[in-house]
Design a protein around this ligand. Structure first.
Ligand SMILES: [Fe+2]
Ligand SMILES: [Fe+2]
Length: 114
């Protein structure tokens, strides 16, 4: 895994907390703790990669790897992202992760800076 913390350019970029609870299936649900990766710029917007694993419940856990939607503007120069994806399949089921990431300050893409 790439070590962003040792990259002066990337460690100053924002990330979003996406911690929450999955949908329930087979009479249980899981927590999906964590933060997104740094922004991936696409024109005037950006998105983030989400990778991780759920908490261990009912004898198993699930993994996931997905992308957020584009930035959604919020008041005071902040933004969020919508996420909607399914976890890996395990023990005959999977779960849906859906919601919004933690608000973060908007920043200009690196190629827009002088
Ligand atoms: Fe963002
Ligand atoms: Fe499960």
């Amino acid at each position: 895994m790439y070590n962003y913390a040792n990259n002066e350019e990337m460690c100053c970029r924002h990330v979003h907390d996406h911690t929450g609870i999955t949908s329930c299936s087979h009479e249980h649900c899981h927590i999906h703790p964590g933060v997104t990766g740094p922004p991936i710029y696409d024109g005037k917007s950006h998105y983030h990669e989400i990778t991780g694993a759920t908490t261990f419940e009912h004898g198993h856990y699930h993994t996931y790897r997905a992308m957020t939607g584009p930035a959604i503007p919020l008041p005071h120069g902040h933004h969020t992202h919508h996420v909607s994806f399914k976890t890996s399949y395990c023990e005959g089921h999977n779960h849906l992760i859906r919601g919004f990431g933690q608000a973060a300050p908007s920043e200009a893409p690196p190629h827009y800076k002088g």
